[in-house]
Each structure stands twice: as C-alpha cells, then as structure tokens.
Design a protein around this ligand. Structure first.
Ligand SMILES: Nc1ncnc2c1ncn2[C@@H]1O[C@H](COP(=O)(O)OP(=O)(O)OP(=O)(O)O)[C@@H](O)[C@H]1O
Length: 846
C-alpha cells in the first residue's frame, strides 16, 4: 500500500492533571513522533517511514554523543514506575513516560519533552504557543511543523546557534522549564549546560582592521594565552593587560526599512494586542520575554577582555580554538571599521521590510555587530531583500555569490530596485562580464563556479579574481547556501576575505551529510521562518497540494515490469493516463483563468507532451532569445497560459503570474527539488485575492517507483505543514474534449513509438544537459549521444545530487573529451554486446 500523507488530526484537548501516562493523554499529549520513532506499527508509521528512520538515526546520534547517558538511564529507571499499561509500550517500559509528573497548571503550558531524545513537542493551539515558539526557534531545530503540533529537537548545533545570538545557558533552561508541562528533566538540563559550556565564550572581532580574540571571561583568555599554539601568536602592544582595550559599541543600531533598534523585538514575535497566553502563565512569560531580550543590556555592562592577533594567524587561531572545544564566533564591529571605505547605500525610502525579514536580521545584528550565519526563509519570501538590507546596514564592500548567471542578474537588479546604490557601484563578474566598480568600494555579484574554476583561467578572469582576493569585504552574501559543497565553500572563503558572511536558503537540507559543515564554515543558523505562518499572513501563496495517481494501461505495465531502469522512467512519465490527467488539469485550470507550469525532468516526455498539446516548452537547448520571448508571452499574452519546463526552471524563475504547477516527472526522491518547484507558485501575484489558492499537482504512475519517490519528495513539505491529498480519480476526465490516447489503438501506437525511440537512442533517452540556469549561456547545443558516466553516490539516488556537483561532473566530462583514451578491449567487447542486444530487441519488436 503506497504511503498516504495527511496532516495529523486536530487534537482532542490537553491531558488531565496527574501522571503523564501515554494512555491518559490523547492527541498531542502522546507525541506522535516519539511513539512512531520507536516502532509502533500501523498506518501512522507507514505514513512517515523515511522521516522516522532519519529521526531514529538522529536520536541515536544524540544519545551516543551524550556522556551522561549512564546517569540518565539510572535516574530514569529509579523514577520509573511500572503499571499494567507499561507493557503495552514495549522495550521494558522505555516508551512509558509516566514517570514525568505533570504540573498542576500544565494546561497553560504548551511544551512536552522527551527526556531521552531531546525532542520537544509544541501544542500550537495552546495560548502560550507563540511565545514558546520563539524560544524553540532560537534553541532547537524545527523538525516538523504541521497545523496543530510542532516538533523540535535540541541538538548541539541548535544550542550553539542559541548562544551565538546571545542567549545564556541559564536563560535557555529557565525559559524551557517555564513552558514545559512537566519539570525540566535533569538529563536535558545537563545536556544544555554541556553543549553551551564553551560556545560563545570566545569571539573573533575585527576592529580598526586589527583582529582581536575577545571574551567576557578573563580566565578563558588567560588559558588561551598559555596554549603553546595561540600564546606565541599574540601581538604585544606595550602592556600585557588583556582587559578592555576598547569599549564595544552596542545597541542603538537601526536596521534600514524598520523603525526599531535591533534586539528590541527580536525574540518576542509579539504583535500589539496579541494574546499573551493564559492567566496563570503571564508572569512567567513576561520573564521569559525579558530574559530573551536582555542580551544587549547584559553585554553592554560586561567588561570585555581581548588580545590582538595578526591577520595571518586568524585561521590558525580559529582552528586551534575549535580543537580546544572553544568554537570562536565571528563578529564584525562594522561601525568602528574606519579602514575600509564606506559604501553609499541605503534602502529606498518607500521600502518596508516585512516582520519576519526584520526578525531574521535582528538575529544577525542583535548586539550592534554583524554575526556570521545562515537565514532560512521559504521560497519567494524575499531572501534577496534580506541580503540587501544586511548590506545597507553594514555599508561596506559586498560580494554576492549565486548559483547561476540568471541569479547574478536578478541580484544586481534587486540591488538597484530596493536600494539607492549607484548603478556603477554594482558590478557583475560572470564569464560574459568582468567589470569592477568605479569607486573605492562597491558590490560585486558573481557565481560560486567563477571563483571555483580549477582549470587555467583566462587572463581577464584571473585579473578579476586577484582584484577580489586582494581586498577586504564587509559582507559576503551566499545565496542558495545549501547546494554548494563544503570544499567549494572552503575554496571561496579562503580566496575572499570578508568580515561577515550571511548564508541564505529556503531548504536547509541535503540528502548527503554535509549540512553540518555549513555551521562551521559560515556560522550557525540564525533564523528559520515558518512556511505556514507566512502563507497565512499572505506573504507567500496558500497552496493546495495533490498527488494524482494515474493507473498504467496493462500493455505499458508489462513493458515497465520487464524493462530496464531508464525505460521504466520514460514509461512512467509517458503513461497515457498521466498524459490524460495532465491534459484535463491544463484545460480545467486554463478555463478558470490560471497560468500553468508543467515540469518534467524526462526530456522525451516534455517534448512529446508539449508537441501533442501544442504548448510552449523551454529546456536546455532552447535558445536565449526564444526563452525570453516564451516567458514574456506567458506573462503578458492571454492566449499563452501553459508553459512546459525542464528542470532548468526549478530555481531562478520569478513568474508571479503562475498559479498552478503540474509535475509529470522529477528527480528521484529529491525533497529540495519538490520544495523549489513549489516555490515557483508561492510568489503568485494573486495570493492576496479573496479565497485564492495556488495548486501543486504531482502526477504519479500508479504501482511504479514514482510512488515511492513521491512520498520521499514530499517529506520536507509535509514537515512544513503542507498536506498532500491523494486523488485516485479525476472527476469527469473522460468528458474532456479531444482526450488524447482515449482509443486502445492510439495507446499501442504510443507504446511502439516509445520502444522504438528507446532502442534508437541505445537504451538511453536524451536528458536535459543544462540544469537550473534558465537564462545561462547557451551550452551544449549539439545533441550528445551515448551514456555519460559520472561517479554515482547514494546521495544522488535520493536526490542529494545538486547543481554544484553536476557542474563538477560536467567539467570532468569535458576534461575526458579533450583527451579521449583509446578504447580498451573490454569496452569494445561491451559495445559489441550492447549492439547484439539492440538487434535482438528490434527483432522481437518486428
Ligand atoms: N518587504 C517586501 N516588500 C515587498 N515585496 C517584497 C518584500 N520582500 C520580498 N518581496 C518580493 O517578493 C518576491 C520574492 O522575493 P525573492 O525573489 O527575493 O524571494 P526568494 O526568497 O529569494 O525566493 P527563491 O528562493 O524562490 O529564489 C519578489 O518579487 C520581491 O520583490
């Protein structure tokens, strides 16, 4: 039975006072994830299997990383009491949480905690939920945020991020304890203290172009100075004192586009008149609010101790501090940087940034300095403006790194649109354009690949890179930060010297294990917005998601069962019932006045569908001017309402007219691709129209691998609170006029054509060579036949292969073409074998 996704049912109300027995706590009182992650069978488990395996692994890691586990389990077993129900929860009662005592006023408190895994469940319907949510976003990783219950996890990284935005361990413990329905378990308290003990203790600050290692704790610095590596690196400035060599500038900073000094509202999330929770919890919440916001004041009063280190020693000190378990946080005191030229840039007077954009920036500038880190906002929520506002706050040289030449142009245009920066101060560095800005400082927008070329560079490219690496930048903006491999970052970061780094992304997820690298290479996650909240507030569109099951006619299914993987993919996409569903949905939505984008990774299907339905289509080989013309028609011509797109439109495509998305073929189980494709309709212009909904249909051939991948792909969006409805039958589809492949003979004809095209293509249907750079330089216009071999990983199969990897593979392929090695006897034999099989198939068909 294929997985079926839906949002959890509405809670039946909080548990009664007393023991938190799993039996006595219906709905949210029995956290779904806790039960499931431990193997409770049934429908629920089937629904979230992939997610749960992931959580299980994380939980194991969490427990494994914990050296207090023995004590924890001892406490647990001492306090545990078994009753007749305990045995129902298996594993010697380890799933029985009844040993946690509920507080008498637990109804007023919105949080449950799993003392063994650090998983926190938030009751979204609780009056105090908004306050608790702000705390959780600051201290824990959001795992799943459907409508009624949210799931977070405490991890060392999330606690690191909490400390980096100024929270003290005792603030975290105190606030968490106040929101919990049960007293804070000792194990969690220990874990928080353990993880936060050293984070944020040491900072690296650049002031008046000198690097200082800074700490509020004198003893920590004294210990560092005794270290055989760091000690000798200290720059002696006459006296040996390490007490305040300067007064840090705090507070009073106003982020452009807002009326507030940063930090004033940063952790509150409170809107005027918003319900401040139930009576009983009021005082406590006020304290929490105060403690979350008190960071600026506290820091202002603290005495800062610092010693200077030379520029050349920065990396050594960073590395050594990490080894000493004292990760060093990077902060840029830009208001006291008198060495680097100021950039004349401000937001245009009519620009008003949105509350969540302000909130994310207040995390970055919370203490009047720029902290490096990552901001996560949904697709279409305005990450570009967040980056631009950060640049307008720092007002120093900015370097922006994007994933494609299209994004480069978009970033430049957005800088000019939202800010008053002079046109000549924003330069672009791509393979086509290598301009510098005119003045002392400015903005350079470029791509990761421009800075990461390993082959010999052209003279002007090398000159430009020398220019970029020869100066200090105030801010490095890293767009789509999740797609870039760690080694590319290392290369970029070591080439370009920048005082602060801001990573921007919508989907901080990778199917490989590299996501944690970003924390150390860029900085902690500073803020992550909630997709559902933004859509309820009208900042992004509300979307109805549906998975449409399309049965395969038996003759297609016979071929599917016996066919090889490539043929199966093509047959799944070319399933005539899927074609009919697509035709029906296009007709239906065009008649409603919608504009429809149809996505297909399978190029053969893309071309066949668009030709048969007589719609425009854009893929890698479509010429630049043709692309622009088609897109312009789609936007402005009322007769062009549907556009077929290959994966090149996954990102970088800003078409606010599009309101419906149909996906006929996709990249295996890539959660990122699913979210990015959804992002194309989240920015729908009509999103604030009364009762407006955008539609996202994923057409899936029934009983094929597409069904497995489909549920995997949806996992991220389901965690953001999207519900995928399964449609097994489209009402009245048979009545569609001119429904394609309605006749069995037409379907047989289609199958014969697919099979013969497949054989003619040597068992390898043509793939779109270009990735998601819709407007990039025209590349590979020649049709390339044959198999392209690249190193494969498990991550690729599960969607982990990203654009940056593909670019690398492409280069590897190009390198191979230059010096084509002579074919060995083995490959000659393989080719002969292949030829023989082809002939056999042809004969079988005749
Ligand atoms: N504060 C704001 N006021 C008005 N419009 C805004 C604001 N912030 C963003 N927008 C608009 O929202 C749209 C989406 O912004 P943007 O392209 O930066 O999104 P994004 O988060 O980068 O999306 P993606 O991840 O899909 O690239 C743009 O048209 C932008 O002009």
């Amino acid at each position: 039975m294929p997985p079926k996704r839906k949002a959890p049912a509405a809670p039946k109300g909080p548990a009664k006072a007393g023991r938190a027995s799993a039996l006595s706590t219906p709905g949210p009182a029995t956290p779904r994830s806790i039960e499931n992650s431990e193997g409770v069978s049934g429908d629920e488990e089937v629904e979230v299997t992939a997610r749960e395996l992931e959580m299980e692994a994380e939980a194991d890691e969490f427990v494994a990383s914990w050296d207090l586990s023995n004590e924890r389990f001892q406490n647990h077993s001492q306090n545990r009491h078994f009753d007749s129900a305990s045995t129902h929860f298996g594993n010697k009662g380890q799933r029985d949480y009844s040993f946690l005592r509920l507080r008498p006023d637990h109804n007023n408190r919105p949080l449950w905690i799993d003392s063994r895994k650090g998983i926190i469940i938030l009751e979204k319907f609780n009056p105090a939920a908004a306050m608790a949510q702000d705390l959780l976003i600051a201290i824990a990783e959001p795992k799943s945020r459907p409508a009624h219950c949210h799931e977070y996890q405490l991890t060392p990284h999330s606690l690191y991020a909490a400390v980096s935005v100024g929270l003290e361990p005792q603030d975290i413990i105190g606030a968490l304890d106040r929101f919990l329905k049960t007293p804070l378990p000792g194990s969690i308290r220990e874990f928080i203290l353990q993880c936060t003990k050293n984070y944020g203790k040491v900072k690296l600050v650049l002031k008046e172009n000198k690097y200082y290692v800074e700490s509020a704790d004198e003893q920590v610095l004294q210990n560092l100075l005794k270290d055989p590596v760091i000690g000798p690196l200290r720059v002696h400035t006459g006296s040996n004192a390490i007490t305040t060599s300067y007064a840090p500038t705090m507070g009073g900073l106003v982020i452009p586009g807002t009326n507030n000094a940063v930090g004033v509202q940063q952790a509150s999330g409170l809107q005027p008149g918003e319900n401040k929770a139930v009576e009983g919890a009021k005082t406590n919440e006020a304290d929490v609010y105060a403690s979350l916001n008190a960071e600026d004041d506290d820091e202002e009063k603290a005495t800062i101790h610092a010693f200077e280190i030379p520029d050349s020693a920065v990396e050594t000190v960073q590395h050594r501090c990490l080894k000493l378990d004292l990760p060093i946080l990077e902060e840029y005191d830009f208001r006291n940087d008198y060495v680097n030229a100021n950039l004349d840039i401000d937001l245009r007077p009519n620009t008003q940034i949105r509350p969540y954009q302000e909130k994310s920036l207040s995390k970055m500038f919370g203490n009047g300095r720029a902290k490096s880190g990552i901001i996560v906002l949904p697709c279409g929520a305005g990450k570009t403006l967040v980056g631009i506002t950060a640049a307008c706050t720092i007002k120093k040289g900015v370097i922006v790194l994007c994933t494609s030449s299209m994004s480069v142009m978009q970033w430049r245009n957005e800088f000019l649109k939202w800010s008053n920066v002079a046109e000549e101060d924003v330069a672009v560095f791509t393979s086509d354009s290598k301009h510098k800005f005119k003045g002392n400082t400015g903005i350079i927008v470029t791509t990761y690949s421009m800075l990461n070329t390993t082959t010999k560079r052209a003279h002007d490219t090398q000159k430009m890179i020398d220019f970029l690496s020869g100066r200090e930048w105030g801010l490095m903006l890293l767009d789509e930060v999740h797609v870039v491999p760690a080694d590319v970052f290392r290369k970029v970061i070591s080439t370009i010297k920048s005082h602060s780094k801001l990573g921007l992304t919508a989907t901080l997820l990778r199917e490989d294990d590299k996501i944690s690298h970003l924390n150390f290479l860029i900085g902690p996650k500073l803020y992550e917005a909630n997709w559902m909240e933004l859509s309820q507030q009208g900042h992004i569109a509300k979307v109805q998601c549906a998975e449409v099951w399309c049965p395969m006619p038996s003759e297609f299914y016979d071929e599917y069962i016996t066919g090889r993987a490539n043929l199966r993919r093509t047959l799944s996409a070319m399933n005539p019932r899927k074609f009919q569903a697509c035709q029906y949905l296009i007709n239906y939505h065009e008649a409603r006045g919608d504009k429809v984008i149809v996505f297909s990774d399978e190029l053969y299907a893309l071309k066949t569908y668009s030709q048969k339905l007589q719609k425009y289509c854009i893929y890698g080989d479509t010429g630049q001017s043709e692309r622009m013309a088609i897109l312009s028609n789609f936007q402005h011509n009322p007769t062009v309402n549907t556009l077929f797109l290959s994966k090149i439109g996954d990102t970088s495509l800003d078409l606010p007219e599009a309101t419906v998305l149909i996906q006929i073929s996709s990249h295996f189980g890539s959660r990122r691709q699913e979210a990015q494709r959804l992002g194309r309709i989240l920015r729908a212009k009509r999103r604030n129209d009364e009762g407006f909904n955008a539609f996202f249909y994923s057409l899936v051939s029934k009983d094929t691998q597409e069904m497995f991948y489909s549920s995997k792909r949806q996992a991220f969006l389901v965690d953001q609170g999207y519900a995928f409805k399964v449609i097994t039958q489209l009402a009245n589809m048979e009545n569609t006029p001119d429904l394609a492949f309605a006749d069995p003979s037409e379907r047989r004809e289609l199958l014969t054509k697919i099979l013969s095209d497949y054989i003619a293509a040597g068992g390898e249907m043509e793939q779109d060579k270009e990735n998601d750079d819709l407007f990039g330089k025209e590349r590979r216009t020649k049709k390339k036949k044959g198999v392209r071999r690249t190193a494969g990983t498990l991550g690729e199969l599960s969607g982990g292969q990203d654009m940056a990897y593909v670019e690398q593979n492409k280069r590897a392929g190009q390198g191979g073409r230059k010096a084509k090695p002579e074919q060995s006897a083995f490959f000659k034999k393989l080719a002969r074998e292949k030829e023989r099989k082809k002939l056999q198939m042809r004969e079988a068909l005749q």
